[in-house]
Design a protein around this ligand. Structure first.
Ligand code: HEC
Length: 225
């Protein structure tokens, strides 16, 4: 009887499908690997932190030109989007900085012992690494300071408060410097402190520099090496 055979066949196929489904049920998903550092602190600085910080630092500036004081600040949506890219890259970049263990410099990095190491102005990468490893919480607290300032800029962008950008940029610059003074060129700490005490509060009409460019004297001119 055709119908009976057909039905039986269907039933068999159904059972077979059940069996196959049960056998090929996927194994439980393996635990996620979690974040893995890819580059060194130095490369993060060079590729993300430093160039994107410029989006914030360069957003407002006042320059003395032949025509007098020329100020500029974000006006178009595009201008504001650029500042947002900088602020978000810095805020989220601090999460990358807090991923341990991340090497300080790339494996093939070489340096002049006159510039880095015992008796030189900058700590050698191994000395920086040791400081981080001994007290990762201190390192993280510096990253958190930068994050807090970057979050303020995100908020400023959302409200388009151009008049608050200069101060916010200066605060970001300070957070960068504080970490560098702790880990990279701690020998400059005293000079920087004296310099900041000497520096008078700018009076009305005093041309302002772009934040991020008023860094202490050598060797604190990151990006120029
Ligand atoms: C949590 C600590 C920390 C913070 C915050 C930090 N940096 Fe750095 N940065 C370092 C360390 C450590 C080095 C030195 C890496 C090395 O040994 O070469 C460095 C190096 C650099 C360099 C030098 C790269 C080169 O090619 O010589 C630049 C530029 C730089 N940082 C910019 C910034 C800017 C801009 C900010 C803030 C927006 C910032 N950093 C915030 C830790 C920090």
């Amino acid at each position: 009887m055709r119908t009976g055979r057909f039905l039986a066949g269907t039933a068999l196929a159904f059972v077979a499908t059940l069996v196959v489904t049960q056998c090929s049920r996927p194994a439980p998903a393996p635990a996620s690997e979690g974040p893995v550092p890819v580059v060194s602190v130095r490369e993060l600085m060079q590729a993300i932190i430093d160039p994107l910080a410029d989006n914030v630092f360069d957003a407002v500036a006042a320059e003395m030109t032949d025509k007098g004081l020329v100020e500029h600040s974000p006006t178009t949506d595009e201008d504001w989007a650029k500042v947002m890219q900088g602020a978000v890259a810095l805020a989220e970049g601090t999460n990358l900085l807090k991923m341990h263990p991340r090497p300080v410099t790339p494996a093939d990095y070489t340096f002049d012992p006159k510039e880095r190491g015992a008796g030189a102005p900058e700590l050698a990468p191994a000395e920086i690494q040791k400081k981080i490893d001994e007290n990762p919480a201190l390192w993280d607290s510096h990253a958190n300071e930068l994050r807090a300032e970057a979050i303020k800029v995100i908020d400023i962008v959302k409200k388009k408060q151009a008049d608050k950008l200069f101060e916010a940029g200066s605060a970001i610059d300070k957070a960068c410097e504080k970490c560098h003074l702790e880990y990279w060129y701690p020998g400059d700490k005293k000079a920087v402190l004296e310099d900041s005490l000497k520096r008078a509060t700018p009076g009305p009409g005093t041309p302002q520099a772009t934040p991020g460019q008023g860094q202490p004297a050598a060797p604190a001119q990151p990006g120029q090496k």
